[in-house]
Ligand binder design. Structure first.
Ligand SMILES: [Zn+2]
Length: 275
């Protein structure tokens, strides 16, 4: 991909190096102390206590994350792809609303729950954000055998595809259908994944039209589509799909739908629910 760095995307939230640490429980004694202090001083110290239920988490130390030159370069690539995919969708889908992308290391808290880097990149519909640890790209190359910039771009474009499904209502419709008909839950998840692949392809088409595609790019993306197992989105978000039965569809299906989107360049070529 012949891309020119355009600086860092305004839609990226950099939460690298923050990790997560458990907030210390305040305990009954602490609460009493705060209540007494509030009475004495007239200030509401109790409002300082997180009233949320369950274990609460707070961002860790906030020193700026020190990135390697390689990570700085990846940040630029992610910025370019994120902006380019979303500009493409602003043209393809009237009323498109931009997603944000959260960069994290180790672990991150999303509206879909707590996730570790081992989860892989994912999109959380509840907060309309893509979550990505840049370390995944090394894994993509070493473990999944999918090197190349366009393979990385494909990963982001696929996640943005899930955002499109949230905006079109396809994701919600699938969740409802899965609840009505649990025996079809897995099949419907596969169709949703294949549509995200097709949407990634539709973006690939747009890059081709602008002449920034290089000869190997299509193959790199197809290779990545075939290599990546699952991005755990449905496991985290849907809750109804058991990990054992979860699948993204066969490699052949994934390649086929990416190719369809790539050739058509239109989202209406991506009706994976039709047949
Ligand atoms: Zn996916």
């Amino acid at each position: 991909m012949r891309w020119t760095p355009r600086g860092r995307s305004r839609d990226i939230e950099d939460r690298r190096g923050q990790g997560l640490r458990r907030a210390a429980p305040i305990g009954l004694g602490g609460l009493l102390l705060l209540a007494v202090l509030s009475l004495i001083t007239g200030q509401d110290f109790l409002s300082l206590v997180d009233s949320g239920s369950g274990p609460s988490t707070a961002p860790g130390p906030t020193e700026p994350y020190v990135e390697s030159p390689e990570e700085a370069e990846l940040y630029n690539l992610v910025s370019f792809v994120l902006d380019d995919t979303q500009e493409t969708w602003e043209r393809l889908l009237p009323g498109y609303r931009r997603a944000r992308l959260v960069l994290f290391t180790d672990a991150v808290e999303s509206a879909c729950g707590l996730a570790s880097s081992a989860t892989g990149p994912f999109y959380c519909p509840a907060d309309e954000r893509v979550f990505l640890d840049l370390g995944f790209f090394r894994e993509l190359e070493d473990r999944f055998g999918a090197p190349g910039e366009f393979a990385r771009a494909y990963v982001i474009a696929h996640e943005i595809g899930h955002h499109v499904q949230t905006l079109t209502g396809a994701a919600a419709a699938v969740r409802q259908a899965q609840q009505r008909n649990p025996s079809r839950a897995n099949e419907l998840s596969v169709r949703l994944e294949l549509q995200a692949d097709c949407y990634a392809g539709a973006w690939g088409h747009a890059t081709g039209q602008r002449g920034i595609l290089e000869p190997d790019d299509f193959d790199d993306a197809i290779n990545a589509a075939a290599a990546i197992g699952d991005d755990r989105l449905q496991r985290m978000g849907g809750g109804r799909v058991s990990p054992e039965s979860f699948t993204h569809g066969s490699s052949a299906q994934r390649m086929e739908w990416f190719r369809r989107g790539f050739e058509a360049g239109r989202p209406d070529a991506c009706d994976t629910f039709a047949d």
